[in-house]
Ligand binder design. Structure first.
Ligand code: DHB
Ligand code: MG
Length: 218
């Protein structure tokens, strides 16, 4: 199994089920042109978080890690006109690109982009949020989980991107701070009585990775 095959399969389903939206494509192009790291979710994963948000009837969504706003647009398209996506970005260059992308996609009235270190910005927020998407620096995931729980209600869904790290997560000796952050995060999920969670590993256009889906139950 190769990356080329994973790309082919992602392309197949994107063509069939996701489609090519010019404003989402432009968001990716502008993020790349600005030199942002290619860490956007895939089209298939963007559509998945969009569908999860719709199926949850989410009106208030929290996103930790905006990057160029690609996933933000997917989420903003899932909430009603009166809904909100609050998204946090530390890198001012990324935030600038994201603002333009969000504006062009026509979802700016439903998006509140907060610039700064997520640990600090999160402390200023009040909940509840219906869905929390964690997709920032993975080493901080344990702290982000504490905030997500504080900002949740029973029924809130927490989704965390990039929890597999090409398999590094399964190595108890890993020295990669991001893989270690994900392990501590996963252990915190396991030990948290208010959470019921799973993790899915994926292959696709972004290689071998995966995501956590966690329901806040109480
Ligand atoms: C990385 C971060 C991401 O959010 C992602 O989707 C892929 C990779 C990273 O930091 O390496
Ligand atoms: Mg990611």
């Amino acid at each position: 199994m190769t990356q080329a095959l994973w790309d082919e399969v992602d392309d197949y389903f994107r063509g069939l089920l996701v489609g090519d939206d010019p404003r989402l494509t432009a968001a990716l192009e502008d993020a790349a042109a600005a030199g942002l790291p290619p860490h956007d979710v895939t089209a298939a994963e963007g559509k998945l978080i969009h569908l999860l948000a719709r199926s949850a009837g989410a009106r208030r969504i929290l996103e930790i890690g905006t990057l160029g706003g690609y996933s933000t647009i997917w989420l903003a398209r899932a909430v009603p006109d009166t809904g909100r996506v609050v998204t946090i970005e530390r890198d001012p260059r990324a935030a600038e690109v994201a603002r333009r992308n969000i504006e062009r996609a026509g979802v700016a009235p439903r998006v509140e982009l907060l610039e700064g270190d997520a640990r600090e910005v999160l402390s200023t927020l009040d909940g509840p949020f219906d869905l929390v998407f964690i997709d920032a620096d993975k080493r901080s995931n344990p702290v982000y989980l504490e905030h997500a729980l504080r900002l949740a209600r029973p029924g809130t869904l927490i989704v965390a991107d990039n929890v597999v790290r090409q398999g590094a997560v399964a190595d108890p000796e890993t020295q990669d701070p991001d893989a270690r952050g994900v392990r501590t995060f996963a252990e915190a999920l396991a030990n948290e009585p208010r959470i019921d969670a799973t993790a899915i590993q994926t292959v696709g256009a972004k290689g071998h990775d995966g995501f956590v889906a966690a329901l806040v139950t109480a």
